[in-house]
Design a protein around this ligand. Sequence first.
Ligand code: ADP
Length: 569
Amino acid sequence: MAESKRKSGPPAGGEKPSLGVTGGGAPLSDLLSRERLDSLSALQLIDLIVSKLPPRHSALLDMVYLRERIAELEETNDQARQAVEKLDAIVEKLRSPALRVGTFLMPLENNRGLACVGGQDYVCQIDPQIPVASLQVGQRLLCNEAFAVVMALGFDRNGPVVHVDELLSDGRLRIGQESGLMPLVVQRSALLMKEKLKAGMEVRLDANQRVALEVLGIGKRIDRSLERVEELPWSRIGGQDQAVQAIRDTIELPFLHRDLFKRFEHNVPKGFLLYGPPGCGKTLLGKATAYNLRRQVKTQSGVDHPEFFLHVKGPEILNMWVGESERQVRDLFAQCRERAAEGALAFLFIDEAESILGTRRAGRYHSMLSTLVPMFCTEMDGIEPLQNVVVILASNRADLIDPAILRPGRIDRKIRVRRPDQVGAQAIYEIYLRDSLPLAEPRPVLAQVVTEAHYRHGPENEFLEIVYRSGRKEFLYRGDLASGAVIAAVVERAKSLAIKRAIETKLETQITRDDLLQALELEHAENEVFPTTDLTEDWLKLTDFDPDNVIRLGPVRPRKAEPAGNGII
Ligand code: ADP
């Protein structure tokens, strides 16, 4: 191998090995030192040997042939060596550690720059071939093992999306506390230096979360949920006397007698939770609270506060964007505070509150809830009592709401909204059977007839069958699942029956007891208030039964049956 590496041509030292033809038959080792011989290539040795041979010696031709073969071999060896050297270089390259990608933060003196690599800041040397002035804030850099910048890349195309909370006077941006992160202050990239930014805008940060790179959108406020509260005196709500009284004690008294409450240093709640089965008036009670409080304050103090009622459904707030739900919750509180500061009595009504304020242990949105609940608590803690902001939560599953929400100083009043009993139901029927309607009989009589039919414990009213773990069976009657929503719907159906009759007969018609009784049947046969499935879980949600004790709970008769003859199933 040592020999094959030696090139043909003159031996080292430049001079040709001169032996003189007189060398005759003496071996090479007699003519040259061993070292000298070792330094010669195979071709040079052959040349030497040939030079020793007498002219026209018979071996000369063979030697020429041998020389050619050796020259070929040397050529092949040479090519193989070059290939191996190339491969060695590739292996060496692949073995070298990956280069780090960093974000350029600012240029420094002496051809250095400040860069953030893997979340840490470094003062990096910059390859002299890269002009420092060409580097832009926010641009990505390649750094070698010594954290020297060896190449400049473009701007990151990915990165977290956040909302701008505040513009600082020097142009930096305060980023909100999103997805459980601490609030951050970031600088603008070269791309955003001249951009007109506003609080609430969505921006994308670099992977190191140090620089805002791009404006993605203008943050939306959930103001579509702003509702006008219609005229809703307490008398428009039937069968909820206890709940109404509790609300009035909780909210009206402190607002109307502020001085007394202050003097006695009595705890004033910032809101309350309405819980109970669906359709029983939780939303109605929330709106009535807003309407009546505003009216009472006006009567008592003469101040007519502008109206502000934000109505949001919990699931609407849940958003796939990381941090977006949190931002919306903060924004809801911010809107209320802003409006209260302008003189309004602001109400934040969150329906289906368990979906966003549920216990943190369970649920699909586990990770999101774990940040929404503490954020909601912080916002609640930030409201001063009697600051003219009232938070009302409504839920069918109060047991799922995180206890942290219901601590004193937050939503510490829980008000139960029950299904109406027979007396309550009659009151609700009377509310909807208004005197102004064409009624065939006096209002209380009609209301009483239909309520009795609704609440009778007869086979015609057997609505749900419960099978207990013990094997015992029991029925739930229609009255047991009555709600204000069902009652309102029964009266609406009775109205349409009377209208149809008026169209068919072309006669003056009125709402009769038959209309109401038929409407009651139809409502239970075709209603949309109850679950359309026979699944026990769906029905359990409507009742107070302990799921552990019940094996089956479902409708007694096949539901959605064709109405027969008179429309009765
Ligand atoms: P929830 O919020 O408890 O699910 P809602 O307040 O939305 O129920 O009630 C739905 C509708 O049913 C109301 O708009 C109203 O027409 C009627 N309703 C429910 N409860 C009552 C009630 N106690 N008095 C009068 N109407 C009621």
